[in-house]
Design a protein around this ligand. Structure first.
Ligand code: ADP
Ligand code: TRP
Length: 337
């Protein structure tokens, strides 16, 4: 049986939040621990530059995202853990893939389409107003991340499915045009986990300032959870599971039986205040055990840096082997004879 290769990344644009954890970090660490799996987990700092032009924020976020992966139990012996920008081979592959990627494919990418739509909604004459090439080409860079290590399983949140499908398309195109060098990757989505909504009703995202961070004191967390939007239904009134993001967040941290009981309690009139207490406790039960380690790591950035450098060495060795084959396949090779 061939080894499963698991790969995922988190962009370095802020402090990791509940969505990053349930959408990518937790499933990736679990998949990495499965027998026979080989895993590549990384900090997507070049992706960070697409959305964030604040150098200090990118830098601070690198520390926070790395500390989060490590505190949540990433096993650096078994996992290749690295920072994207330490692997220049990824950018070489990015260019080669750019040269075979259809522009039309990029036109269909959600992030680009959303930016165009914003322009149209705001009455901009130029639909591409303010849109930079990083945003436009971002699915190619993400394909390079994935294909560089021939990952077959990519644990991500639901917002990233399209990008993994694009990586698959691009890999197939390369294989067809030049040589069968790339594995076709597949997104892995946790069935229990929806795309979590943030405090302002949009997708919870580091870029929107609407997140619930992972590591807080129980008091701080309760305060945050209390800010989640609900309707004005009073205690005793029946409530549906789709009436507040509270339910989806609870579901992402609970067993199916606990989730069913929570839905029933809401239907029976559970007060939103009580529901939020149950939610904060549920999140705490899973994350509080990691909090000390997170703070310990963020206080010692050199330790994190050493771990990343060791990971980069491993990753580069692997990346170089495949990149040499890719370059050869497209005709970039030493002259001989
Ligand atoms: P952000 O939007 O917070 O910057 P990233 O782009 O770094 O998030 O995403 C890292 C991983 O976390 C991806 O796999 C993504 O699908 C997942 N993720 C991000 N936000 C959410 C969310 N609100 N709910 C579920 N998963 C999410
Ligand atoms: N683009 C992803 C996001 O914004 C992060 C990411 C970058 C990623 N490269 C990746 C995820 C490769 C999985 C595989 O959420």
């Amino acid at each position: 049986m061939s080894t499963k290769r698991v790969l995922t990344g988190v962009t370095t644009t802020g402090i990791p939040h509940l969505g990053n954890y349930v959408g990518a970090i937790r499933p990736a660490i679990r998949a990495a621990a499965e027998g026979g799996a080989e895993s590549f987990l990384f900090l997507a700092d070049y992706h960070g530059l697409i959305k964030c032009h604040e150098p200090e924020r990118i830098h601070e976020s690198t520390r926070a995202v790395a500390a989060t992966w490590l505190a949540c139990g990433l096993d650096t012996e078994r996992t290749t853990f690295y920072r994207q920008s330490d692997i220049p081979e990824i950018l070489e592959l990015n260019w080669i893939l750019t040269c075979i990627t259809a522009k039309g494919l990029m036109n269909r990418a959600h992030a680009y389409k959303a930016a165009v739509q914003d322009n149209l909604d705001n009455g901009q004459e130029d639909a591409d107003h303010g849109i930079e090439m990083g945003l436009y080409s971002y699915p190619v860079l993400m394909s390079a991340d994935i294909l560089m290590f021939n990952a077959d399983t990519v644990p991500v949140g639901r917002d990233q499915i399209q990008h993994v499908e694009m990586a698959r398309d691009i890999a197939a195109r390369f294989n067809h045009r030049f040589k069968e060098l790339f594995v076709l990757p597949e997104a892995r989505i946790d069935e229990q986990v929806e795309l979590l909504v943030g405090l302002d009703g949009r997708k919870m995202s580091k870029s929107y300032g609407n997140t619930i961070p992972l590591f807080q004191t129980p008091k701080e967390r309760q305060k945050m959870v209390n800010k989640i939007v609900t309707n004005l239904k009073a205690p005793g009134e029946p409530k549906g599971t789709d009436e507040s993001p509270v339910f989806d967040i609870y579901k992402a941290f609970a067993t199916p039986a606990e989730t069913a009981a929570f839905a029933q309690a809401l239907a029976d009139g559970l007060a939103w205040g009580e529901a939020k207490k149950m939610l904060a406790a549920k999140i705490g039960a899973e994350l509080d055990g990691y909090t000390e380690s997170y703070h310990e790591l963020t206080a010692h950035p050199q330790r994190i840096e050493d771990i990343l450098q060791a990971g980069a060495q491993r990753a580069r060795k692997r990346a170089r082997e495949l990149l040499d084959q890719v370059r050869d396949a497209v005709g970039i090779r030493p002259l001989k004879g």
